[in-house]
Design a protein around this ligand. Structure first.
Ligand code: UDP
Length: 232
């Protein structure tokens, strides 16, 4: 049973339930990019992201990675564990793209010799600045042990997802994760969707993710549906 809304973000709303340990997440069609400067709607996105996240979290659970997922409720809503989100965005990169390509002067699509892990401070007013492990410790954003778990899970998740997408003709270029604390344990939270991953078609390298919206590449809605079709 949905109780009061406790949070409304750019793409999701979070509601309390009658159980203090469970929240309901509702996915919206609203899309933003460039720290909220670009706004729009991607019709059907909320349904795709809800269903895809549920499928990804269930897959990860099967592989031994704890997540906040409890169950899919309907097209747009999922029941999740009530976590306290660590204010850190964890970015995993296999191929240079987006801000990394720009920052390091690499052509987008350059395959890197090693997977890169980055952290950003989750703070909209500051535009989610990149930080390192010293900043995390200095600002007390996570403990040393929590960060160790985050790092381990991030690389494990990358392995699982890369294989999974590869079998579906998709290259996993990069993605963003958020973790939360549930009864003192670090677990994966937030979402895994075309909003938070760069996914390229394995044959054509066509972008199958939010870059279609960010960069006005067209066929935005169709692409979200295509990704869902490939994973179902
Ligand atoms: N990302 C995200 N939310 C953010 C920033 C990045 O989900 O607030 C994802 C993005 O979709 C991509 C990866 O993290 O899959 C790396 O993004 P990047 O740092 O290149 O930033 P962008 O180019 O999106 O500004």
């Amino acid at each position: 049973m949905k109780r009061e809304m406790i949070y409304e973000g750019k793409a999701k709303k979070v509601y309390k339930t009658e159980d203090k340990d469970k929240y309901i997440v509702e996915y919206k069609d609203d899309a933003t990019a460039f720290n909220g400067k670009k706004k729009g709607t991607i019709v059907g996105k909320g349904v795709v992201n809800n269903k895809m996240s549920a499928a990804m979290f269930m897959l990860l659970e099967e592989k031994g990675i704890p997540t906040h997922m409890i169950e899919l409720i309907n097209d747009r809503e999922s029941l999740v564990k009530a976590v306290e989100i660590l204010p850190i965005e964890v970015i995993v990169r296999n191929v240079a793209a987006g801000s990394l390509a720009k920052r390091l002067g690499l052509e987008e699509g350059t395959v890197m010799d090693k997977t890169v892990l980055e952290f950003c401070y989750k703070n909209d007013d500051l535009g989610d600045p990149m930080i390192n492990e010293y900043h995390i410790a200095a600002l007390n954003l996570a403990s040393e042990e929590q960060l160790k778990e985050v790092r381990k899970y991030a690389f494990n998740i990358n392995e699982v997802l890369m294989n999974y997408f590869q079998e579906r003709g998709i290259r996993l270029i990069d993605f963003k994760l958020e973790f939360g604390l549930y009864k003192g344990e670090v677990i994966l939270a937030d979402e895994i969707s075309p909003d938070t991953c760069r996914l390229w078609d394995a044959k054509s390298n066509k972008k199958l993710d939010k870059d279609r919206f960010r960069r006005d590449l067209g066929q935005v809605e169709e692409t979200y549906q295509e990704v869902l079709k490939r994973i179902q």
